[in-house]
Unconditional design. Structure first.
Length: 416
């Protein structure tokens, strides 16, 4: 039987692949069959049978040691060769990151354990850092991470080096991967997934322990597309604050964490408001010949902004400036009565009162949790304990809106 290679030098690449597989006890199949070695005697004979042709598009699959998980033939030989090359030229960092020259994988876990809904959603995006353009996506199936685990014998009798529930953030650069950028990328990607799809991801270091079976969760939703990842002055810090909120499931702790997000951005909001009001004042004709009253009026602007540094007023102006009230009405807990009554027909005054109600309840609830209860005098607008989960979710959406507002501001206006 004639055996052809297209191109001819592919034969050598296949032989190198098979040596790699033999060394690490990996089974390799081409179109579901074992590799057929070329017989020199057959090359001089004409066969009536169709020749076997190996090319880069040939469907190829690998079965890793200790694994019964057999991948469908949706990988081309080209894909497999690339994965092997990436595995050979990469290193593990903290057992959850595999970093190569231009590619990196971050092993993660999610409430959507098999991410069955992800294929219906566009979770790819990009970010530019240090003059390098990064492309980010979520992938499953066989990866260079699994191959590297195999190469380093990081598996055992009970835990194979691949699992059908493995989830990875895939990061590729057009120049080279800077390890210091990976945390920035992760935090920013976490924010986009959480704010766009309400999907939380968490770093998931590789261990030799058996995973518990988890009930599959998630349902398909409307098609959305992730925005480019945000970055720049102050963004890394506020995204880290936001991500660490989800290190706990306790709503009281989450409320305190989301309050830190608001506090972080509030100084930028206050400064921007101060600058805008001052510029308006200095643009009037009276500025050309200022009298005593004009100077006092200008000073009053600064005095008013000193008061804005207080908790409630800082929360109030930040929420009024950054938040879309209509997005908050449907998720507001029922104790926020003024907010729950807001409709598209509501007056500007009613909308202002609703935002003030939200800000006041955040300030009071934050202070209640931040201080010992015996030392705290209730204000009357704190979130009831039985509505803490709903209130935490409301603050999550508020934090997302505030972070997006912050990312749109010129860097020289951001206070960090």
């Amino acid at each position: 039987m004639a055996i052809l290679f297209e191109p001819e030098y592919l034969k050598q690449e296949i032989e190198e692949l098979l040596k790699f597989c033999e060394e690490y006890d990996i089974e390799c199949f081409f179109d579901g069959e074992d590799y057929v070695e070329q017989n020199e005697e057959d090359s001089d004979k004409e066969e009536e049978e169709e020749p076997i042709v190996y090319k880069y598009e040939t469907a190829t699959s690998l079965i890793l040691p200790r694994s019964e998980y057999e991948l469908d033939f949706n990988y081309s030989l080209r894909d497999i060769l690339i994965l092997v090359e990436q595995a050979k030229n990469s290193k593990f960092i903290d057992n959850y990151r595999l970093v190569g020259e231009k590619t990196a994988l971050i092993r993660v876990t999610s409430d959507y354990r098999d991410l069955s809904v992800i294929p219906d959603r566009d979770v790819s995006t990009e970010i530019n850092l240090r003059d390098s353009n990064y492309k980010i996506d979520i992938i499953q199936g066989l990866t260079s991470f699994n191959l590297r685990l195999t190469m380093e014998d990081m598996y055992n009798k009970y835990v194979p080096p691949i699992d059908e529930n493995d989830i990875f953030i895939s990061i590729s650069s057009d120049t080279r991967i800077h390890e210091n950028d990976l945390n920035i990328i992760f935090d920013s990607y976490f924010f986009e997934l959480k704010s766009t799809y309400n999907i939380e991801i968490h770093k998931d270091p590789w261990t030799y322990e058996l995973w518990d079976e988890e009930e599959e969760q998630g349902q398909a939703g409307d098609e959305l597309k992730l925005r480019p990842l945000i970055q720049g002055k102050g963004i890394e810090e506020v995204l880290e604050i936001y991500r660490t909120v989800f290190n706990t499931d306790h709503p009281e702790q989450q409320i305190l964490g989301f309050s830190r997000v608001i506090e972080y951005v509030s100084q930028t909001v206050i400064r921007k408001d101060l600058i805008e009001k001052t510029v308006v004042k200095l643009s009037t004709t009276r500025a050309l010949n200022p009298d005593a009253n004009y100077i006092l009026e200008l000073g009053k602007i600064y005095e008013e902004h000193k008061n804005l540094r207080k908790d409630y007023l800082a929360f109030k102006i930040t929420i009024e400036t950054c938040c879309d009230l209509y997005d908050l009405v449907s998720i507001a807990p029922k104790f926020l009565k003024k907010t729950k009554r807001i409709t598209i027909q509501s007056s500007a005054e009613d909308q202002k009162k609703a935002l003030e109600e939200i800000a006041s309840s955040i300030s009071s609830t934050r202070n209640m949790y931040a201080h010992a209860k015996t030392n705290y005098d209730l204000k009357g607008d704190e979130c009831p304990s039985e509505q803490a989960y709903e209130f935490s979710h409301l603050m999550d959406i508020i934090s997302q809106q505030i972070i997006r507002w912050f990312s749109r501001q010129q860097e020289d206006l951001r206070i960090i």
